[in-house]
Write a protein that binds this ligand. Structure first.
Ligand code: BGC
Length: 264
């Protein structure tokens, strides 16, 4: 159906994570949530069917609000894996049963409306590029999220090049995210100084490979950036994300609206 009549300002974004599934109504002019976000724990085991039910419950709650979008408006969803044409192609930190699942088709069936699914770090990166720390930056911007894994978004002149997966670079014989993610720091109980050494190794390598204009750090740990970013020596400026917790929700909503040509 034609989406031309739909309001372009408010769109639902959903962020599927390993511990929580969060959703919100996003005002795309401001790049901000309208009202509170709504969160439900990720069901365990996090099978596709169980997760789809939770996404359905979150969308139902958001659609009851006065600022809810049109019932036919698309929904944007993030997922922590490689996503190609709506299908999950990896499962580094989620249940293996997701590999090969058409996440988009599954959620469209559950919600009865159009859905756009994208990688979680790509969503955060897109939101930062449009509304946050990467706004108006020309050239290559790399958004690196430090969480359970390491996620990455490759942005060039404000446009996303999807599924970069720079958390899985092999450095010194190890998968990078097993050494330098926020959970790797917790597992090894590292001081900020020792963690910064691991980040230094990681970011020096990524800088050498891509010579970006800017690094933006996302994930919960970006709130503590003053504890480790000043310890890094790089040629590239490195700054914390601005949207923080809501970047995924905002980016997913934006991507779905762009895909269906509700916004540019
Ligand atoms: C996954 C990425 C994801 C990142 C953050 C990595 O292990 O491979 O697809 O973006 O974790 O969740």
């Amino acid at each position: 159906m034609s989406k031309k009549h739909l309001s372009t300002s408010n769109v639902i974004g959903i962020d599927i994570g390993g511990t929580g599934i969060k959703g919100g109504i996003v005002n795309l002019e401001k790049g901000k949530l309208v009202g509170d976000r709504f969160r439900i724990d990720t069901p365990q085991p996090a099978t596709p069917e169980a997760v789809a039910k939770v996404v359905g419950a979150i969308v139902a709650e958001l659609m009851n609000r006065p600022d809810a979008p049109h019932p036919d408006a698309p929904v944007g969803v993030t997922f922590p894996a490689i996503i190609v044409h709506g299908v999950a192609r990896s499962a580094a930190n989620v249940d293996d049963s997701w590999i090969g699942t058409d996440v988009e088709a599954l959620l469209e069936k559950e919600l009865g409306r159009d859905v756009q699914v994208m990688n979680d770090a790509d969503a955060a990166g897109l939101a930062e590029a449009r509304y946050g720390a990467g706004k108006n930056i020309k050239g290559t911007v790399l958004v690196i999220t430090l969480g359970t894994g390491i996620g990455s978004a490759f942005i060039f002149n404000g446009k996303l090049v999807p599924n970069a997966e720079l958390g899985h670079l092999e450095i010194d014989g190890a998968d990078a995210e097993t050494r330098a993610s926020a959970s790797a720091r917790e597992r090894a109980d590292l001081s900020w100084e020792d963690y910064a050494k691991r980040l230094q190794r990681y970011f020096s390598h990524v800088e050498f490979l891509f010579s970006p204009e800017l690094f933006i750090i996302g994930g919960g740990i970006s709130k503590r950036s003053e504890d480790y970013l000043p310890l890094l020596e790089l040629q590239t400026p490195i700054i914390p994300a601005v949207l923080q917790n809501n970047a995924g929700i905002v980016g997913a909503a934006l991507q779905s609206a762009m895909h269906f040509k509700l916004v540019k």
